[in-house]
Design a protein around this ligand. Structure first.
Ligand code: ATP
Ligand code: NI
Length: 401
């Protein structure tokens, strides 16, 4: 399969009172068409910020500070080529070079996102059917417009304007959109969809709400669905049902899914390829088999640790001693961020390891010196030695400032 998305050197920072937080540091990865790409890592490793950065939903004090997000869309590429050739590479468009409006217009028909908490996407005071019908309506305006992207922006803006300011939303949703909403509810496995469409979110169970949110996200027929811990809040049986649903929908629609999760059982069950994040960076990526059966990075190995049984949907990441650093730029030394927790840290780990980023989506890569050398016990960093070293490094940084 060819790539749908090529993320290059994407960095996102939060400018806080404590200082600059490097939440995502020069991310490089591809998402192929029709695949499920998993992103795993401990809490605070930057998974959600990475997702939000792709669809341009990072909020202040956060800011995308660099990088490119190349999205394969021949129509958009054709439209963009004439006035912004530098934003186009063959059938790919760097969405970071589009205007805010243009990027916003891609939400729905190109990218949509679902979250752990369905109520972050659903409005409690509007019936479920109505909300999904609105999403359908927005999409229809976009599609009916021949000059899709730029007009799509206007269509989307207009729909928003009408729904939010001029008319109550119920008035502009056509019968047809309503019928489509019902069929979407049916598609995501909601029984009696016509009746359930008339209900409000609070009348739905957790699993049904999750399905409704998925239906809403599908209304735009997105090329990429980003699912951020979509099943974490659900009990195990419902989790499995929702994951099966996502897998089935992926197959039916041919969309790609970027699945963010703590749960390695979920990754094993769902994903074709995996990226492992640590301290704002991708530290390993490759096919599910590469990463799970032949992990290179000690962090990945640590996560996989004593993973009991991949069939068991419950396993969580194994706790590794120590914590994810808090990603404050001033406190991040120029060395492997995992070194102080790593059982295989060596002298070489006192400089920051690189990862081969030019490699395409077929490559298995890890950000670790162990890709270049065998572990050598005589070069091991004793923990006191390590602390002394990192202390020195920090002092040096401060003196340079
Ligand atoms: N609004 C914000 N202001 C300041 N820092 C933030 C903000 N949002 C996220 N961060 C920081 O960015 C880093 C990455 O956070 P992110 O939410 O992406 O982690 P995550 O891997 O998704 O974790 P979790 O598994 O807990 O959801 C963290 O250090 C977090 O503190
Ligand atoms: Ni998160």
């Amino acid at each position: 399969m060819s790539d749908l998305l090529r993320v290059r050197d994407l960095s996102t920072r939060f400018f806080t009172e404590k200082g600059q937080v490097n939440a995502c540091e020069s991310l490089n990865f591809d998402v192929r068409e029709e695949e499920v790409f998993g992103v795993v890592g401990e809490s605070g490793s930057g998974k959600s910020v990475a997702a939000l950065s792709i669809i341009d939903l990072v909020e202040s004090p956060g800011k995308i500070t660099s990088g490119e997000v190349w999205y394969r869309n021949p129509t958009l590429a054709e439209e963009t080529k004439s006035d912004r050739p530098e934003a186009v590479d063959g059938e790919f468009v760097d969405i970071r070079q589009l205007t805010v409006r243009e990027r916003r217009a891609l939400r729905g028909p190109s990218f949509s996102m679902i979250f752990q908490d369905p109520m972050s996407s659903l409005n409690p005071s509007i019936t479920v059917g109505e909300q999904i019908a609105e999403a359908v309506e927005v999409q229809k305006r976009a599609r009916s417009n021949p000059r899709s992207t730029r007009s799509r922006t206007q269509g989307y803006g207009l729909a928003n304007l009408i729904s939010s300011a001029v008319l109550p939303s119920q008035d502009y949703v056509s019968e047809e959109s309503h019928a489509e909403a019902v069929s979407l509810l049916e598609q995501v496995g909601i029984p009696d969809p016509a009746d359930r469409a008339e209900e409000y979110p609070h009348q739905f169970s957790g699993g049904m709400l999750q399905r409704a949110m998925i239906a809403q996200a599908l209304a735009g027929e997105p090329d990429l669905l980003i699912a951020d811990e979509p099943t974490t809040a659900l009990d195990v049986t419902i989790q499995a049902q929702i994951l099966d649903l996502l897998r089935d929908l992926q197959t039916e629609t041919g969309m790609s899914i970027m699945l963010i999760t703590h749960n390695l059982g979920v990754v094993a069950r769902m994903c074709d390829r995996v990226g492992v994040m640590y301290a704002g960076e991708l530290v390993e990526r490759g096919s599910l088999e590469d990463v799970f059966d032949r992990p290179v990075h000690p962090y990945t190995k640590g996560l996989l640790g004593s993973l009991p049984d991949l069939e068991d949907p419950a396993p969580r990441l194994q706790p590794i001693e120590g914590n994810v650093p808090d990603l404050l730029d001033s406190e991040m030394d120029d060395r492997c961020y995992f070194a102080d927790r790593c059982p295989k840290a060596m002298e070489e780990c006192l400089s920051h390891p690189s990862m081969d980023d030019a490699g395409g989506s077929d490559e298995h890569e890890a950000r670790c010196v162990l890709t270049e050398m065998e572990y050598d016990e005589s070069r091991a960093l004793a923990s006191d030695r390590f602390e002394r070293n990192s202390g020195t490094a920090e002092t040096e940084v401060k003196q340079n400032d």
